[in-house]
Each structure stands twice: as structure tokens, then as C-alpha cells.
Design a protein around this ligand. Sequence first.
Ligand SMILES: [Zn+2]
Length: 101
Amino acid sequence: MTPLTDAPVAEARHARPIEDVVTEASMALWRTAGGPLKGLCPFHDEQAPSLPVRPERGLWYCFMCCDGGDVVKFVERIRGVTFPEAVAILAGQPEGSEEGQ
Ligand SMILES: [Zn+2]
């Protein structure tokens, strides 16, 4: 595997606002007064939104899952892809064949 240099990774992190990527993954986000956006964590079953998303830092974190990170990590988790694949998705590159097509 070709090691990724920092440049495409940094580019991928800034290619798309994290709130857009999160809402596209069919996660609704609520604005909290003066605080982060909050959404229902897609990685565990919950009724009340507990997943803060901080667009100004491009970070998310779920306290229940004890998992979080940047937008690349979110794509990795939600799509079940590897780090380089998540970078490619954020950079707008084709994902390759899905379900044999
Ligand atoms: Zn969670």
C-alpha cells in the first residue's frame, strides 16, 4: 500500500464540512445553545442525541462509544472503509466497485 502523505489527508479533512458529511450519512443534527451540534450516534442505539459534532474543529465524539475523531474517522466508521479509502471518498474520488458493479 502506498503510504499517504500528510497533504492529501489534510486536504480531505478540509474538503467537506464535517456537519455536511454527518448529515449526509442520514444523521440529523441539532444546534445546542452556544455549544456543539448534536446528533444521534449512528454507532450505538440511542433515543436522545448525545453525539457532539464541532464544526469549528472538525471533530466528533461519542461518550457512549468512547469513540470519536475527525471527519476522516467518521467516514471510516460509518462506511466501514479503511483510512485511505475514507480520504479518497472525502476528496471526491470514486469509491471503486460497490456490490460487484
Ligand atoms: Zn455512540
